[in-house]
Design a protein. Sequence first.
Length: 577
Amino acid sequence: MKQKSKTFDRQAFMTLIKSIQPKYWQLVVGILLGMIATAGNLIVPQFAKGLINQLGQHINAGLMIAVVGIFIVSALISAGSGTILGFFGENVVAELRRKLWDKLLHLPVSYFDTQKSGVLSSRLVNDSSQVKQLLANTLPNLMTSLLQLIGALVLMLVMDWQMTAIMFIAVPLVMLVMMPVGRQSHKVGRARQDALADFNGEAGEILSEVRLVKSSNAETQESQAGDAQIDKLYRIGLKEAIYDSIAGPLMTGAMMAVIIGVLAYGAHRVLSGSMTIGTMLSFLMYLFQMLGPVMALGQFFTTLAKTSGATERIQQLLNEPEEEQNAGVDLPLDGQTVSMQHVDFSYDQGEQILHDLSFEAKPNSVVAFVGPSGGGKSTVFGLLERFYQPDAGQVLIGHQNAQEVNLANWRNQIGLVSQDAAIMAGTIRYNLTYGSADDYTDEQLWDVLKLAYADEFVHQMPKGLDTEVGERGIKVSGGQRQRLAIARAFLRDPKLLMLDEATASLDSESEMMVQKALTQLMKGRTTLVIAHRLSTIVDADEIYFIENGHVSGHGPHDQLVKSHALYHEYVQNQFAA
């Protein structure tokens, strides 16, 4: 389907710029200086006309010095204008990226479920740069170009209206010739921005999972997929190259025709004595001065089309609803029962994951969730973390709806240790204290590492607490990563502890160490556990069996073995093995 080219939405663009509160004084000063420099450039041909007409006579030294002086001063003022506008542009792009980055961090998890990280990175980097290009470069160039274009035409009109009449006819004709090529360039420019964002997203996703690619022998598959994206960009690039290659010679040819016409007519006027040679050369200087503005006008509309798409995508992102981090009441979890009452939930409309699910976790108890994969156990944890909202029913803390509790306060009281034990690139110290506003001494950090049975391997590392763990913790083993995550949970001192398959992917030795650390961590806290290995949860106070998104049975281990056939089968199979 052919993509329709969209016009520039000025109101949306102005709303976006107002929201970042740029330093307008820099834009105004930069444009004013640019206009002063342009005015200086417009005066030069007038002085040059006098100098040329004096050739063969006594040269006016003062006039020559004035011409050189105006040229140098204009160049210096132009440099100052460019510098100030450069500062303005960097301020705009920095504030816009800061706003986008803050927005991304406050969007709910559900938003990221449907968006590729590479595409979002493109919004943050490429689209914000496009806005800067328009505001700090193209727009000021347009204003000075218009001044130069109009000023040159007025001065030419004062000098000789007949020569100027030729210009008034010729320049619009040049622009008319360029318009079809310009329109196509706009469409291609927009398509290139979209294709770049898609390619960025695909590449980011694949490179972040490069180990899966290699372990699956999927290099050929991903190479073909990447080739398709690159080929799409290549085809768009070919179109862009064609239009650019047409635009250049077309513009040059049209302007050369104008110059030849002006020269021919001017030569005739000089020979007939109705025009001086200085006036004709002055006209030519103005003509050359008009080349830049005409090209700048074409560039303005191309940039405008690209920025229109960038602005639209940025506004879509900024209009996404954020999580309310600080709304609601603070509620301590100490001594509170955590429960779900008749909860329904679906990630996508029409595909319900949880059906009328209820459970209760009393203070300082251990509650386990077991059942077939895909039954909805991890979704329960996602709802408790408030990554998602129930479609129906309630999550309760005591008798208080969790939606009414301050989100930051709520999450601050929860500790989650999952199967993948997420670790950030950085040092061990950075990962232990990640997200905490408090300052910790080395002694405190070593204490929690000891409680997590992680102090020994950290001591053996070359820089101890300041050892870099690599991207996603690649420089530490799975068991070590789990114990670092447990140490981090000890440091947070959560009131509600959630363990999501925390030992599922570990070898026997690592599992034993992690299980000892988890036992330490569970003391004195309400603990929710998801586990496939039933041996780790047989002592739980309550076990909920979840299948097909609802609780089909619950009770202590011994009771559930007798009352629930599928749980009984699970126990027989695992313990027999």
